[in-house]
Design a protein around this ligand. Structure first.
Ligand SMILES: NC(=O)c1ccc[n+]([C@@H]2O[C@H](COP(=O)([O-])OP(=O)(O)OC[C@H]3O[C@@H](n4cnc5c(N)ncnc54)[C@H](OP(=O)(O)O)[C@@H]3O)[C@@H](O)[C@H]2O)c1
Length: 283
């Protein structure tokens, strides 16, 4: 059984490969599809099959997926180009005879107000049309999204965001990676739609409290509206379109877009999600 993972040099992709190996998949049965093989040297050293393909290169993708039975399609990171890229991968999978695709989508993809979800929704629609059995791993937020600037948050004593009172049922990347590995290594997932979120459903204020407990000093949530948040993100160097889409996502948190009580993640991985406190420690 050959299992391919796209984005295998990314944060989530590396964890998916780890989890596949941890669940007994032979490294030689894993195909890491990467755009930069230099970044994949440690994977190759462990015996993982590394194949190069940029998401823009349809023929390289088809070659990379030759002989693959199941594909974990990790969504790309180039917002705005992703539908074309994902379509290339799905078409290549079809041409290569791949038998199953697990796609990392976003929570509530079909009816969320988040602009970020548009490419996920459209990719889900491509999967529905193409005729390859598939499962949707609709991932919620990573807790790690809040730890990129953890030192700064602690120093300022302020966690800034536009999420207001919305609950965020996030989980650690490693939890979502385990879910993907379970779906790729066990049967019965064809047609499944998994709404994946963690056990801890926290508002920004509750997350600030967790950070405060971890840091041993006061950290409070500071609400800013979407427009102000967009300005803040731009002021720390994010390109305007990225700042805009992230601020929109944050505002959607206020409407509950990243909350779920489905329990799907916990059922798949057979355990609770990683506690936020643990993610903070690791960061
Ligand atoms: N749920 C969440 O909170 C959340 C947050 C952020 C992102 N996401 C989504 O989840 C995905 C995985 O998350 P992550 O943390 O692993 O992101 P990441 O570390 O940025 O990984 C993205 C992966 O996609 C690869 N990639 C991007 N463009 C490509 C292209 N044109 N051709 C081939 N490979 C390409 C990257 O290759 P390189 O290694 O060469 O850069 C990388 O391996 C992201 O791409 C995004 O769609 C979800």
């Amino acid at each position: 059984m050959s299992i391919a993972v796209t984005g295998a040099t990314g944060n989530l992709g590396q964890l998916v490969v780890e989890s596949l190996i941890g669940r007994g998949t032979a490294a030689s049965d894993i195909v890491a599809v990467v755009r930069n093989p230099q970044k994949a040297e440690s994977l190759a050293a462990r015996g993982v099959v590394v194949r190069q393909a940029d998401y823009a290169d349809a023929s390289a993708l088809e070659t990379a997926l030759a002989g693959v039975d199941k594909l974990v399609l990790i969504s790309g990171s180039e917002v705005g180009s992703r539908l074309a890229q994902h379509t290339n991968i799905i078409d290549a999978a079809k041409a290569a005879g791949v038998g199953f695709i697990a796609y990392t989508s976003i929570l509530n993809a079909q009816d969320t107000p988040m602009k970020l979800a548009a490419e996920h929704k459209a990719t889900e629609d491509v999967l529905t049309r193409i005729g390859i059995p598939f499962a949707l791993l609709r991932n919620g937020w990573y807790w790690e999204n809040f730890t990129n600037d953890l030192a700064g948050v602690i120093e300022r004593g302020a966690l800034v965001g536009a999420g207001a009172e919305g609950k965020i049922a996030a989980a650690a990347r490693a939890d979502y990676a385990d879910a993907a590995a379970v779906v790729a290594t066990t049967g019965g997932h064809e047609g499944a739609v998994y709404e994946l979120g963690g056990d801890e459903r926290l508002t920004y204020a509750e997350l600030a409290e967790k950070i405060s407990e971890f840091a041993g000093k006061p950290v409070a949530y500071q609400f800013v509206d979407e427009q102000a948040y967009e300005g803040i993100l731009e002021s720390v160097g994010l390109p305007a379109p990225v700042a805009q889409i992230l601020a929109d996502s944050d505002a959607a948190i206020a409407k509950g877009a990243l909350d779920t009580e489905s329990g799907d993640l916990q059922k798949l991985i057979g355990r609770s999600s990683t506690p936020v406190a643990e993610v903070l420690k690791q960061a």
